[in-house]
Design a protein around this ligand. Structure first.
Ligand code: S3P
Length: 428
């Protein structure tokens, strides 16, 4: 994909539906015992992986356009798959589904693409083993792995060792099947879609520690879900509109769940001109708003440790924003980025290096010296087949001296199949 620098970006974008909510709505609909409808389900590769995995587990699913009907099978209706389950590139599919499969007590082998095959699974196997599940895994940590049949899990109290919504959700989902009350103790808050959509009991202690619980009695009703536009995808346009002069980008229907929106407030703190209008709640109980972004000069910021889990997926594109912000910006405490679809600290460092940005790399973060009049070098960017790196490179290329090239740019379709089309339409 070749991307040329642009003078301005104007118009409205069609955000893809939120990936995190799409995965969950499909899985929770499968767990109920009646039929649920999901409006605005994503055609991106990751959420489609969840649908095909659920079908392999015996769930009937019909998709027409972006509407999906899921005939729930209830907690006891999942079938042993007849072949290994392909989770594609999707860590959320693999980690959340493992909780359901272990809970259901059926045997299944899960695998993924090269990227997913390199991602750690001990983080979910450890708590599931404590609950009584058994596994055979490559190097005891990596896909492919087999979850063996079991005759029932027992509840545990699990103090999350990593701030991860996927691990939290996996344990809570297994807890829906276990004997007793499963508790998950969360010291640093992460996205809360699972507990919100399942309406799970939650207590917040004086020190801010959250205790979530699940058990066999939690009712999972059939619902009419409506998936909001993906906040993480919207961030690419928030940054593009802020750094490209004379821009005005309208972003309708953006998911505004408070556990996802740190990047918006970080950008506002940097001086971004982003208006929030028409705040509302959609099916399933998730908040949504329309956003409008106008060009404005940015200034440097330091992302605080507690903000990191809330903007973990946005750190690559925030690094691009920091390159155009006056002064020294930084983030730390983000070593988790090294275990995403690729090692994103390495990948962003390579991106910044090729663009000619002044920065230093740490094990758990980056320090970036930015400048509003910075002009990126024209470069050939690697993406490591990572959708967020591909889109970050594309936004960097908009502010380059001349045309840049992105290798494996199609990785964007894992979360945002229409990204390059939207970009072209804004550059009119
Ligand atoms: C996700 C949680 C995050 C995030 C991922 C989606 C989810 O991962 O990076 O893109 O939907 O629960 P971790 O839980 O591993 O931090």
């Amino acid at each position: 994909m070749k991307i040329s620098p642009v003078r301005s970006l104007n118009g409205s974008v069609n955000l893809p539906p939120d990936k995190s909510i799409a995965h969950r709505s499909a899985m929770f609909a499968a767990l109920s015992s009646e039929t649920s409808t999901i409006e605005n389900y994503s055609n991106a590769a990751d959420p489609q992986s969840t649908l095909s995995c659920l079908k392999q587990l015996g769930v009937e699913i019909e998709q027409s356009g972006t509407t999906v009907k899921v005939k729930g099978v209830g907690r006891n209706g999942f079938k042993k798959p007849t072949a290994p389950i392909d989770c594609g590139n999707s860590g959320t599919t693999m980690r959340l589904l493992s909780g359901i499969i272990a809970g259901a007590g059926i045997e299944a082998t899960l695998f993924g693409d090269d990227s997913l095959s390199g991602r750690p699974m001990k983080r979910i196997m450890n708590p599931l083993k404590e609950m009584g599940a058994t596994f055979t895994a490559r190097e005891e940590n990596y896909p492919p792995f087999t979850i063996h049949a079991n005759t029932g899990l027992k509840a545990i109290a699990y103090d999350l060792p990593v701030a991860s919504a996927q691990v939290k959700s996996c344990v809570l989902l297994a807890g829906l099947f276990a004997d007793g009350v499963t508790e998950v103790i969360e010291r640093i808050s992460t996205r809360d879609h699972t507990e919100r959509l399942l309406n799970l009991p939650k207590t917040t202690k004086d020190d801010g520690v959250v205790v979530l619980s699940s058990n066999r009695d939690v009712e999972i009703p059939a619902q009419n879900y409506s998936v909001p536009g993906d906040f993480s995808a919207a961030t690419f346009w928030m940054v593009a509109g802020s750094i490209v002069p004379d821009s005005h980008i309208v972003i309708p229907n953006v998911g505004m769940n408070h556990s996802r929106t740190a990047a918006l407030y970080i950008l506002k703190r940097m001086g971004a001109d982003i208006q929030i209008t028409k705040e509302r709640i959609v099916g399933g109980g998730e908040p949504v708003a329309d956003l409008e972004v106008r060009f404005s000069g940015l200034k440097a910021t330091k992302i605080e440790l507690h903000e990191v889990p809330n903007c973990i997926d946005e750190l690559p594109i925030l690094s691009v924003a920091m390159s155009f912000a006056e002064g020294v910006s930084s983030f730390a405490g983000a070593e988790e980025l090294r275990f995403k679809e690729c090692d994103r600290i390495m990948a962003v460092s390579q991106l910044l290096k090729k663009a000619g940005v002044s920065f230093t790399e740490q094990q758990d973060g980056l320090t970036i010296t930015g400048n509003p009049s910075f002009v990126a070098k024209s470069a050939t960017y690697e993406t490591w087949h990572d959708h967020r790196i591909a889109m970050s490179a594309a936004i960097m290329s908009l502010k380059a001296e001349s045309q840049s090239e992105i290798i494996h740019a199609d990785a964007a379709s894992v979360s945002y199949p229409g990204f390059y089309k939207d970009l072209e339409a804004l550059n009119n």
